[in-house]
Design a binder for this molecule. Structure first.
Ligand code: SF4
Length: 369
């Protein structure tokens, strides 16, 4: 089938270790550890789990000198480039760069002394580390000066965030440093969309997309998908983080699923198309869908499986799926790549689908050899 494509916005390319952000590179997935970074062993273990799940960059918080010291152990042990998240203390940025961080994140809202920023820029230029300048909604309004605060509050938030970023980037321009990734995050999905559109009008640096303080897994994943999905479908965004409270491995899985859904990355593993259930259902299909998902969770071959509850859309979905089953009362029709294979009793749906998928996965593995 001839499907519409997303046309990515062209940006500069920025190297972060062995990962390229922007410049036409695939949208990369990143996430952030929630261990204490100073506990190097726990952090390394979590970084590895995240990398196995598909994270291509991992960010760690470095609020103390013990954290940046631990980077000397974490960076060489990590399978992916490590990004140091720096707030308030510019010396943490210098220590992180010296310890081998491939990229650091600076927040204009809390490291603003130009002399200090110049020092960080010089250090990054020396090692080749990239810098993400990331503004957050929560730290753009001036808190020190009442008049400036009033002026900030009068501006539309997305304009204010872009203006603060522009002010901060002046010193990078003066230093001739352009190994930059930009980000502008809000907890509000609409603000995220608006401010990132503004950034594309002003700069051609690659953009890191994310929704900040998105909440729990239930709300955070949807809020992130609303903002990031809108931007990515316009071709905006070069690396993404979906963030919510909980295990960061789940964030990685959610980010990958978003990219797969938009066909911005080639799927690794099963794409499951499933009947959402309605009054036409003649077989209790929901538990079967879940059993199929669980039974095929280890498959890495890109295979589309449709488990449908009736004949309304079943044959149509079977046409575009690698393996499909269309259930009726007490029985189901099994398809492989649109071809009807046979009719099976309901209780054989799970083993029959799993068997067909495993055969296709073996063929895929043979072709790759
Ligand atoms: S596949 Fe059939 S049973 Fe399932 S939601 Fe669609 S129409 Fe309803």
């Amino acid at each position: 089938m001839n499907l519409p494509e997303i046309h990515r916005r062209r940006t500069r390319a920025v190297r972060v270790g062995n990962v390229t952000i922007g410049g036409g590179a695939p949208v990369s997935v990143q996430s952030m550890t929630n261990t204490r970074t100073a506990d190097a062993d726990a952090t390394i273990a979590q970084v590895r789990r995240m990398a196995e799940a598909g994270a291509e960059l991992v960010r760690v918080a470095v609020p103390t000198a013990d954290d940046t010291a631990a980077l000397r152990k974490i960076v060489p042990a990590s399978p992916v480039p490590i990004v140091a998240d720096v707030h308030f203390h510019f010396d943490r940025a210098l220590e992180a760069i010296a310890a081998g961080a491939a990229k650091i994140r600076l927040n204009p809202g809390n490291i603003s002394d130009r002399r200090q920023v110049r020092e960080v820029i010089r250090a990054a230029a020396d090692t080749g580390a990239a810098i993400r300048v990331g503004v957050n909604e929560g730290s753009v309004v001036d808190r020190a000066d009442a008049a400036r605060r009033q002026a900030d509050l009068r501006k539309p938030l997305d304009e204010l965030m872009a203006d603060k970023l522009a002010e901060y980037l002046e010193v990078f321009g003066e230093c001739g440093f352009d190994n930059l990734v930009l980000s502008a995050k809000s907890h509000d999905a609409t603000t995220c969309v608006a401010v990132n559109r503004r950034l594309t009008e002003r700069w051609d640096y690659p953009l890191h997309l994310g929704v900040t303080h998105a909440g729990t897994r239930e709300t955070g994943a949807i809020r992130s998908a609303a903002a990031l999905g809108a931007l990515l479908s316009e071709g905006i965004g070069d690396t993404i983080r979906i963030s919510y409270a909980g295990d960061p491995v789940h964030e990685v899985a959610a980010a990958l699923e978003l990219l797969y859904s938009l066909r911005l990355r080639a799927r690794r593993g099963i794409e499951l198309i499933a009947c959402p259930t309605c009054g036409r259902l003649q077989t209790d299909i929901a538990p079967i869908v879940e059993q199929v998902r669980a039974a095929l969770a280890d498959v890495t071959a890109p295979i589309t499986v449709a488990v449908m509850g009736c004949v309304v859309n079943g044959p149509g979905e079977a046409d575009s799926a690698d393996v499909a089953v269309c259930a009726g009362k007490g029985k189901a029709i099994l398809y492989r790549r649109g071809q009807k294979l046979r009719t099976i009793p309901t209780e054989e749906i799970l083993p029959a689908v799993v068997d067909e998928v495993r055969k296709l996965a073996a063929e895929w593995a043979d072709q790759k050899r």
